[in-house]
Design a protein around this ligand. Sequence first.
Ligand code: CA
Ligand code: CA
Length: 291
Amino acid sequence: MIAGRAQGALPTSATPRRRKVETLRLDDDPLWYKDALIYELHVRAFQDSDGDGSGDFRGLLEKLPYLQDLGVNAIWLLPFYPSPGRDDGYDIADYTDVNPMYGTLTDAHAFVKEAHQRGMRVINELVCNHTSDQHPWFQRARRARPGSAARDFYVWSETNQKYQDARIIFKDFETSNWTWDHVAGAYFWHRFYSHQPDLNFENPKVKEAVLKALDFWLGMGIDGVRLDAIPYLFEREGTNGGLISSSRRCAATSIRTTPTACSSPRPTSGRRMRSPTSAMATNATCRSTSR
Ligand SMILES: [Ca+2]
Ligand SMILES: [Ca+2]
């Protein structure tokens, strides 16, 4: 039996395809993702249910029979969260909601439920190294007292000379990994674009907040997450800012991906390959241990 495949009425040449999808169910193999047939897609680009020019969850739900017919048993959703859209949605402004362009949380939930009924699992993409500068956490941090927990949600400095060995990833857009914030009166660190400030994973409150977001989606029934840009979670003087041990530990221990973590490239439909070693974690190993 292929891990992750729905048990029950699988179509064969001898038996008509069954449409009573409620008879399908997911097996409980914790290693389902090992040989799952995963279909990566962007909600925006897949199916537009209301003709407003943007794909949406209702449209995607309508196309589930098509994906089921393809033999897909896991659907990997690229970021669909509220976002200013300056980096294809990888600049997240709210971890626990749906971009209104794509529908509502209710629509997303209905999609997950229907996908499960059709024997398909759902994987979310979670970008946790950084947020959009429009995220309320950053807006709060830049106005918070230096040294406070709210301020330390992000990586601040009085100079732009720290971590000079970390290469600049988007050299065609950025000249430094530091940008001056006139509101905070300090520099903030960003490994990617200057509108994507890095979260400070040295702050336990940040880990707690990210895990809470993770639990939110797993609680909705999401079956796994792809964790973007894991190598860049932590900053260390004298390193190139790559996959240092703290980032490994955070991914493997705090988010508990150790038994099921696997390397995963940046989605091919993204604008560029960023990280050779992002992590995939599944609901079975994640949710019960992340609290
Ligand atoms: Ca639409
Ligand atoms: Ca970082």
